[in-house]
Design a protein around this ligand. Structure first.
Ligand SMILES: [Zn+2]
Length: 477
């Protein structure tokens, strides 16, 4: 029976041609809950190098500058005396330079200085300096992709305008600066296709001045990249560590670290808000995808990391803010890590004892092992993202007709290292991704699921199993 076979074959061929590079979700489907990504042994080995002892030395060194108030002295005499923000800034730079020397100059150590005009918390024009180190990606195209870790190195005491009194800031936020430094020391011994930036900013307590300046720079780079295809960089993720000292109060839970992420994006346009209002999406900002990614990293590396990310679906705590918001305002995915329970006697306080209560942000209240665990979680996230292929671009969900199947389309990012793509989804009431289906190295997939009932996303995967951040599709008519 030759003819029917030929007919069948031609039909299949025609169907294949019609589908193009498309995957069909018909036939046996391997629905399974989205389980933890597999730990990369190379990354696990690096995490073991994170040292609580180095973190202790760095936090105590930062405390030793007496005050790191952004408006404290930074003239040569103050720097020579080892007191004030200028001395702290120079020490951080020298520390990054030392790590770079240890990896044959693999880090580009840089400063971003600017003059902030007088404002409420800045009595006179003040030079503010962010200090950072760049571990350039090894792949020309992927090196434009950047993941970033930050903490603020400035501090304050009870009086926001006090430039002289002690402001040790061991937890807030020498702990976060120490996370950036330790991630730089450990990850600079590795190579990644994408770029990692280890940042420490100043001006946080005066009004997020340092991070705002840096995020704007990143925003300009992003626009440049999009418009002109010039040499620029794309910031994919920002990890802000602020108060990750694990204060040793009785009610502290040292097994978890909170991860705050915004819901409605600060940078959303009216049109985007309208879409979110109509179709849901208030729980799917890029920052929230980053938070879910961190939860996944936490599961994959839990044995080495030793602290569990606890996702909090809000921008920040009541009455408080932080540097991640500066990046959110520029449209970047950015989250905040903070210890489970803060002791407010130990933050923004003059060092003193009153009625038997010790006030002040002293190093003795910091749990250095806890900071090391948080640093490992950060390092694992940075390493996974910098190893992963770029997320797919122009991800769409076709909505031109009423149907119960759901077709997704996407494009390959320039220089993509993806070997396959995965469709992930969850119920609209579920906090984390629940199901995954690998669809191969294609740019289109039809799922036998109604888009009305679930939330979809697409992510890229490489041959070693590193996953990109997922991208939630935009509706396309
Ligand atoms: Zn802080």
């Amino acid at each position: 029976m030759k003819t029917p076979w030929i007919v069948a074959a031609s039909f299949s061929l025609a169907l294949l041609l019609a589908l193009g590079k498309a995957a069909s979700a018909e036939g046996p489907r391997e629905d399974k809950p989205v389980d933890s990504m597999a730990a990369d042994s190379r990354i696990s080995a690096a995490l073991q190098q994170v040292s609580a002892e180095r973190i202790r030395v760095n936090i105590e060194k930062l405390v030793s500058f007496g005050t790191r108030s952004t408006i404290s002295a930074q003239d040569p005499a103050a720097i020579a005396s080892g007191r004030g923000i200028g001395a702290a800034r120079d020490w951080i730079r020298s520390e990054f330079e030392r790590y770079s020397k240890d990896c044959s100059g693999c880090l580009e150590v840089k400063t971003d200085s600017f003059t902030e005009p007088p404002a409420d918390r800045i009595p006179q024009a003040t030079e503010i300096t962010n200090v950072y180190a760049v571990l350039r990606g090894t792949d020309a195209e992927n090196a434009k992709r950047v993941v970033l870790v930050t903490g603020h190195y400035d501090s304050r005491n009870s009086e926001i305008l006090d430039t002289k009194g002690d402001a040790p800031g061991a937890n807030d936020d020498a702990s976060g600066a120490a996370v950036s430094l330790e991630c730089a020391r450990v990850l600079s011994k590795m190579k990644f296709p994408a770029t990692i930036i280890f940042l420490t900013v100043a001006g946080e307590e005066q009004g997020l001045n340092g991070s705002r300046h840096f995020a704007k720079l990143a925003g300009e780079q992003m626009v440049k990249e999009k418009k002109a295809k010039e040499q620029g960089w794309m910031l994919e993720a920002v990890l802000n560590n602020d108060i990750v000292g694990g204060d040793k109060s009785a009610e502290q839970d040292h097994s978890v670290v909170r991860v705050f992420s915004e819901g409605l994006p600060a940078a959303a346009t009216e049109k985007e808000i309208e879409r979110i209002r109509g179709l849901g999406g208030e729980n799917d900002s890029t920052s929230r995808q980053l938070a879910r990614y961190i939860a996944d990293v936490g599961r994959a590396y839990q044995d080495v990391v030793g602290v569990k990310p606890m996702l909090v679906f809000r921008l920040d705590r009541y009455l408080r803010g932080g540097d991640h918001y500066s990046f959110n305002q520029q449209g970047f995915a950015a989250v905040r890590f903070t210890e489970f329970r803060e002791d407010f006697h130990h933050q923004h306080q003059n060092v003193r004892t009153e009625s038997g209560v010790e006030y002040g942000d002293l190093a003795k209240f910091v749990d250095f092992d806890y900071v090391a665990r948080v640093a490992r979680l950060n390092a694992a996230t940075l390493a996974e993202l910098a190893s992963a292929p770029a997320p797919p671009v122009n991800v769409h969900l076709l909505t031109k007709s009423l149907e119960n199947d759901s077709t997704l389309t996407w494009e390959v990012a320039p220089g993509s290292l993806a070997s396959a793509y995965e469709i992930i989804w969850r119920g609209t009431t579920s906090p984390e991704w629940e199901h995954v289906q690998r669809v191969g190295n294609v740019q289109r997939a039809t799922m036998k699921l109604s888009k009305d009932n679930v939330i979809f996303a697409v992510r890229a995967v490489d041959a070693q199993g590193h996953r990109s951040l997922p991208v939630v599709p935009l509706p396309e008519r």
